[in-house]
Design a binder for this molecule. Structure first.
Ligand code: PEP
Length: 265
């Protein structure tokens, strides 16, 4: 008997995400920047979801202001990290449920600064991503090699190890985003070439598809590391780049909107 030849799966366009990571920056005056971003998005339609991940201190007030001033707020909010537990004796930590309660729809986990500053392992990042899913948040899981690892030709090995160890089983396209952030590109003004970005993103896509099947083909893969208005269009045009995770350039509405403009309709 000859095997039935199935038609190739219909490719569903992936809606990009541009997420701004404010890190440990921003006080109440930062709210004006968020409002400016939201107001610009109300009049300039972009083919992307747009998100700000402010410090936890600003999350709730930002959610309230954005919701109060626009019925159809198009600016989403995310956290920058979460504890694995729902609640309890963990002084100084914030749970995924608390972030959700404050108005977040997503949380960054495994950012290289946390992997270094807080000795977070792939296993810890995986538990945090699972905690995000438990709370109904999307997990934005960061991976990326150091300069030394790239020089040693280990980029794909490192990214592959981080992906395998940091992503929980059962992850779905709706609740999981991978951010490829070469550590050496973060905050330095350096970026990989589009060819290098394409190579790593194709590798990540393959790994996601192999592990999660159709869900893996639809997960968003963001590029992060010195994305600015000047380079956003070129980087966002690379195959399998489904948006950006933006640090420094997300702090000012003008710069962040310049990055978002890569997806102007
Ligand atoms: C980041 O830290 O996630 C980041 C991408 O920073 P920057 O854009 O400043 O390089």
């Amino acid at each position: 008997m000859t095997e039935a030849v199935l038609p190739p799966p219909a490719t569903v366009a992936i809606r990009p995400l541009v997420a701004g990571n404010w890190k440990m920056n921003g006080a109440k005056q930062g709210l004006e920047e968020a409002l400016a971003i939201r107001d610009a998005l109300a009049v300039n339609v972009v083919a992307a979801d747009v998100m700000i991940c402010p410090p936890a201190t600003l999350l709730m007030v930002m959610a309230e202001i954005l919701a109060a001033e626009a019925e159809n707020a198009t600016l989403q909010l995310g956290g920058q990290d979460c504890h694995v537990a729902m609640a309890g004796a963990h002084t100084g930590d914030v749970s995924a449920e608390m972030l959700q309660d404050a108005g977040a729809t997503a949380v960054i986990v495994g950012h290289s600064e946390r992997r270094v500053d807080h000795a977070e392992t792939d296993g810890m990042v995986r538990s945090k991503a699972a905690a995000a899913h438990r709370a109904g948040l999307a997990a934005i899981v960061c991976v990326g090699e150091t300069a030394g690892e790239r020089r040693a030709g280990l980029t794909l090995a490192i990214v592959g190890r981080q992906l395998a160890g940091s992503l929980p089983d059962g992850a779905k396209a709706a609740n999981t985003v991978v951010a490829y952030e070469p550590v050496w590109a973060i905050g330095t003004g350096l970026t990989p070439t589009p060819t290098d970005v394409a190579e790593v993103h194709a590798f990540i896509r393959q790994a996601l598809a192999a592990r999660y099947g159709g869900e893996g083909t639809q997960m968003r893969i963001l590029y992060g590391g010195s994305v600015k208005p000047e380079n956003a269009r070129q980087l966002m045009a690379v195959a399998n780049v489904n948006g950006a995770l933006v640090g420094g350039a997300s702090l000012k509405a003008k710069d962040f909107l310049g990055v978002v403009a890569a997806y102007a309709i």
